[in-house]
Design a protein around this ligand. Structure first.
Ligand SMILES: Nc1ncnc2c1ncn2[C@@H]1O[C@H](COP(=O)(O)OP(=O)(O)O)[C@@H](O)[C@H]1O
Ligand SMILES: [Mg+2]
Length: 256
């Protein structure tokens, strides 16, 4: 059974339809990469999945739980939205760490808040989990550092640990290396590849084509709010069929 089903998703801002009828499914453990020009709606799609934007219509289902269905009316409480959000983790292009907290505190903050609301706080367990995650990210000697004391690559690895701390079913990345100097890109891509190797279910928006080719089970090419082409990396990147995909990839190879 699919871990994620997105059906007929639509989202407009004012008069502009940014997501125009998007449907796709993914299986547990899959790595799905979304490519496409700037403005094609990639970030908005990830924000809809993470309940940072409310879709205008469509269905979002994770496992067998319907998280969003525009045909079902009724009010949803803040707590409900927070709980639905837990199915997804999101790693932003610009890291978005809390500057006043150390690396470790950035990773423990959300689990602490969540535990306070639900089960009660077990601080040693939450800290142990956070240390383990930072360790996995190669940051065991940086746990007490503040974001401004870390390189961009290190900050992004803290952000990945932070997203993993809430045990999301699906981890989303929005251009995770776009804000990094080229020499720091590799360390972040290696961490993501490692997660793929451990069967983390992931949706990655990236312009790193050779990485996408290497790591993805499936590629979606988005154009003007629709999925213009989808398939394996071999199909979409090596042998694109749609004119827009061909043009996008050609521009890409010319260094755009
Ligand atoms: N909050 C918003 N309000 C108005 N327009 C928005 C908003 N967010 C995104 N857009 C518009 O939606 C379009 C798609 O944006 P985005 O999803 O960021 O695309 P991408 O990530 O593919 O570059 C753009 O034209 C953008 O200006
Ligand atoms: Mg974007």
């Amino acid at each position: 059974m699919a871990i994620l089903e997105v059906k007929n998703l639509k989202k407009s801002f004012d008069d502009t339809e940014v997501i125009r009828d998007i449907s796709f499914t993914m299986d547990e453990g899959e790595t799905l990469t979304i490519i496409g020009s700037s403005g094609s709606g990639k970030t908005t799609l990830l924000r809809c999945l993470n309940f940072l934007e409310r879709p205008d219509s469509g269905v979002i289902r994770v496992k067998d739980e319907v998280l969003f269905d525009s045909d079902i009316t009724g009010t949803v409480s803040e707590k409900d939205i927070r709980n639905r959000r837990l199915h997804f983790g999101l790693v932003f292009q610009s890291f978005n760490l809390f500057p006043q907290y150390t690396a470790l505190e950035n990773v423990t903050l959300a689990p602490l808040l969540l535990a306070k609301e639900n089960t009660g706080i077990d601080l040693p367990a939450i800290e142990e989990n956070a240390r383990g995650l930072l360790d996995d990210m190669g940051l065991s000697d940086r746990m007490g550092n503040y974001p401004h004391e870390l390189s961009g690559g290190q900050q992004q690895r803290v952000a990945i640990a932070r997203a993993l701390a809430l045990h999301p079913d699906i981890l989303c990345f929005d251009e995770p290396t776009s804000a990094l100097d080229p020499e720091l890109t590799g360390e972040v891509l290696r961490v993501i590849k490692d997660l793929a190797g451990h069967n983390m279910t992931m949706i990655i928006v990236t312009h790193e084509m050779s990485f996408a080719h290497d790591v993805s089970d499936k590629i979606l090419f988005m154009d003007k709010g629709v999925i213009a082409e989808e398939g394996t990396p071999e199909e979409v990147i090596d042998n694109p069929q749609n004119d827009r995909t061909i043009q996008f990839l050609a521009n890409y190879k010319n260094g755009m």
